[in-house]
Design a protein around this ligand. Sequence first.
Ligand SMILES: CC(C)(COP(=O)(O)OP(=O)(O)OC[C@H]1O[C@@H](n2cnc3c(N)ncnc32)[C@H](O)[C@@H]1OP(=O)(O)O)[C@@H](O)C(=O)NCCC(=O)NCCS
Length: 164
Amino acid sequence: MPPAFRLRPAAQADGAFLGDMVVEAVNWRRGGARPRHEVITGSEHSRYLAGWMRPGDAGFVAEDLHGEPVGAAWYRLLPRSDPGFGYVGTGVPELIIGVRPIWRAHGVGRALLQRLCEHARDQGFARISLSVERDNFATGLYRSEGFAVVRGGIGRDTMVKRLR
Ligand SMILES: CC(C)(COP(=O)(O)OP(=O)(O)OC[C@H]1O[C@@H](n2cnc3c(N)ncnc32)[C@H](O)[C@@H]1OP(=O)(O)O)[C@@H](O)C(=O)NCCC(=O)NCCS
């Protein structure tokens, strides 16, 4: 039987854990080992975390049955002047997701993705975007959840899901 987990809304106090998940996302490749401080302070990724939670930020945390966080997915609205890798336009939130290594391939990522997209739809967003390196298996997960590639870069795709 797959291990049990539950989802709860992310809170302000989850900022450090979301930082861990950005580090997981950056280091997804086997052997990837960019140091935490470099990832979370670097301008490329700090924009996904700085000042968490700001108005408009939303996310969900997956916890094991002891209440330990094992994964998270969240979105943030980034301005045109400071776009993320997956920026497609003003008013389209960008999604970030990560699951702790020992918890991967147990359904946590899909559950987080579905819950976050439902929430974005309930908040009135028409679309949600993300950026993924093309050889990451997560591309297949995103496609199966209704995301489609809208823009390709060097080794990296921007994907968008229509929410309504
Ligand atoms: C990508 C990630 C968030 C997915 O979360 P997860 O909990 O591992 O995914 P799930 O268990 O919900 O699996 C989703 C699908 O991916 C498939 N999958 C899971 N791990 C896989 C792997 N290592 N290789 C290929 N497919 C895989 C599963 O088979 C599943 O499909 P199914 O439902 O048809 O069986 C997680 O693996 C992760 O944090 N990876 C490292 C960080 C990262 O890459 N983040 C995304 C950056 S864009």
